[in-house]
Ligand binder design. Sequence first.
Ligand code: ADP
Length: 191
Amino acid sequence: MLNIVLFGPPGAGKGTQSERLIEHYGLVHLSTGDIFRFHLKNETELGKLARTYMDQGHLVPDEVTIHMLKDEVTKHSNPKGFIFDGFPRTNPQAEALDELLRELNTTISVMLGLEVPEEELKTRLKNRALSSGRADDADPEIIANRINVYNRETAPVKAYYAAQDKYVAIDGIGSIDSITERLFAAIDARK
Ligand code: ADP
């Protein structure tokens, strides 16, 4: 299996690039943000719980997120691989993912980190707010919150994969196509 973690701060382009990677490599896309938004929209119990965190730019608690992710992974029989987008976002999530994949006799192939300077991220999120309809995109204070949470809780996950020699930095500035080419090259070098 080819299992990729697509990593990077809010606004780095994970969603856009994921679409290209799943198409090119035939992978299953698991975006925890998208899955939570699906639950929000359908007003499930999980959605109601997640909303209280998401709308403030906070993380949904690990145990809730890990449980949901496990359910999603085990829905697929014989996948070619997964692209994890927005997960793991904390070290406990990364440990839980390793354990889950071990049970499936597989492992993470590579973590691709889209690196984008903070000023550029803020501009992108402000622009996205005009079309996304996401409450967490609309307010500069909430955007700042998400970037702080990223720096504090999520950035350390990079070291977790670097310690396994699986972290590859990708320059996230440039045209969408040129970034896709960088990602393809990094994946093909690891396959
Ligand atoms: P972003 O644009 O910040 O990358 P996402 O769509 O990935 O946004 O996620 C939106 C929100 O969903 C996050 O701010 C968080 O509240 C929640 N969320 C998504 N993934 C996770 C996760 N792995 N752990 C905890 N909360 C998460």
